[in-house]
Design a protein around this ligand. Structure first.
Ligand code: FNR
Length: 386
């Protein structure tokens, strides 16, 4: 019932907060260090003003279709790959994939997913991107790529902002572990959130099904630090592109120079992101670096942007400033933690409605029109009045 009453993404966040174990909610919600980038990533949108056109003569419905990784989708936004979804709700990644299917948009599956690649392939027939963390074990990487191809994944996202695990201090303070340790503190927390605890205990054990079911699933940070290959370089990326041989993006680009270089070595798409501000603290707000990246790669290279997007107006601004599509992470995970599949569908419903209204009021009936006229419609708020 609370889900039905949720008016916006912030409402979903509050429902998620009241339902999920504190440690799990904080893992979802937090950023690195002092969370400066986390706040700025969101606030940056409020510094951008919409200089809307009047009397544009737009007759509904609007056309929200676009392409992501060259594939047709109904919405210009989608769910980013995120780790361990079954800790938020027992339906986990299957809920997010079903919601993507429901809305006819792309789905991003994480290397650290708790649902298998093949299973997701069966649930979501639409375009799918598989996110790769580069593991030390190249045979494992090859195995995972083959599975993703077999499972119908059209595109690959190589996460490039995760050579070290970010410093998430809320997680350290909470002694974050999955499953919970059931020491005094966590047992009290578990009892405070009976719905979450019951769901978690009464469903299949939690494993990182995407990579290897044998992997112990307790300390995510320790596991990732032991497995990841920090020295992975441009040369290795070329090797990876050869192995994958399909549409691919480096995920985590914030510099125009890196975007250009990535296209030169054979990536098809640029994914502007700072990992939801969970990695390098004081990395820039992605919306602020987007225009210079668009300028660097020219008009024809596909750009995806994520980070801090929580409103339809944010999505409209990102497209206007050069993105072809926009990823959301926390917004759909709050929906998932609030109410499984229904919650993720609700998150997308909210964003879709908001985007539709924003584009109508702005005077741009299609995503193509928004992209074309965008730069003239968005202006930075004068510094003197901030
Ligand atoms: C992430 N993100 C992420 N990215 C990735 O490449 N692999 C992963 O496994 C994860 N895991 C993950 C877990 C959680 C809980 C969050 C919130 C995020 C980053 C994600 O793909 C995306 O870049 C950001 O979430 C976008 O920012 P917003 O929408 O969360 O502000």
């Amino acid at each position: 019932a609370r889900l039905k009453k949720a008016v916006n993404i912030a409402d979903l966040r509050l429902i998620a907060k009241s339902r999920a174990h504190k440690m799990v909610f904080d893992y979802l919600d937090s950023g690195a260090d002092d969370e400066i980038s986390l706040r700025r990533g969101k606030d940056a949108y409020s510094q951008l003003e919409m200089h809307y056109k009047i009397l544009a003569g737009i007759k509904p419905p609007l056309d929200l279709r676009t392409k992501i990784f060259g594939q047709d989708v109904n919405l210009p936004f989608f769910g980013c790959p995120t780790a361990g979804n079954r800790m938020f709700h027992w339906e986990g990644e299957t809920a997010a994939a079903k919601a993507a299917e429901h809305h006819g948009t792309m789905y991003g599956l994480s290397s650290l997913a708790t649902t298998g690649i093949t299973e997701i392939g069966k649930i979501h027939n639409g375009p799918k991107v598989f996110q790769l963390y580069v593991w030390k074990d190249r045979e494992l990487v090859k195995e995972v790529l083959a599975k993703a191809k077999e499972g119908g994944f059209n595109a690959l996202a190589l996460t490039v902002d995760f050579t070290w695990y970010g410093n998430r201090e809320r997680d350290i303070r909470n002694d974050f572990s999955i499953p919970p340790k059931y020491n005094l503190k966590q047992t009290i927390e578990a009892l405070k959130k009976p719905a979450w605890t019951w769901d978690f205990l009464s469903h299949e054990p939690y494993t990182y099904a995407c990579i290897n079911t044998e992997v112990p699933a307790d300390s995510l940070a320790a596991f990732v630090n032991s497995q990841i290959m920090p020295e992975f370089s441009w040369k290795d990326a070329e090797w990876l592109l050869g192995e994958w041989n399909g549409p691919a993006a480096p995920k985590g680009v914030v510099r125009p120079e890196d975007a250009k270089k990535a296209i030169e070595i054979g990536f098809s798409t640029i994914w502007v992101s700072n990992h939801g501000a969970r990695q390098l603290e004081t990395s820039p707000a992605t919306i602020d670096v987007l225009p210079s990246i668009r300028e660097a790669v020219g008009p024809d290279v596909e750009i995806i942007l994520d980070g801090g997007v929580q409103r339809g107006t944010d999505i409209a601004k990102a497209i206007a400033l050069g993105a072809d599509s926009v990823g959301v992470g926390k917004p759909y995970l709050w929906g998932l933690a609030a109410g499984g599949t229904e919650g993720v569908i609700k998150a997308y419903d909210i964003l879709k409605k908001e985007l539709d209204r924003a584009m109508g009021l702005l005077g741009t009936p299609t995503v193509a029109a928004l992209k074309k006229e965008g730069p003239s419609l968005i202006k930075r708020r004068p510094i003197s009045s901030r």
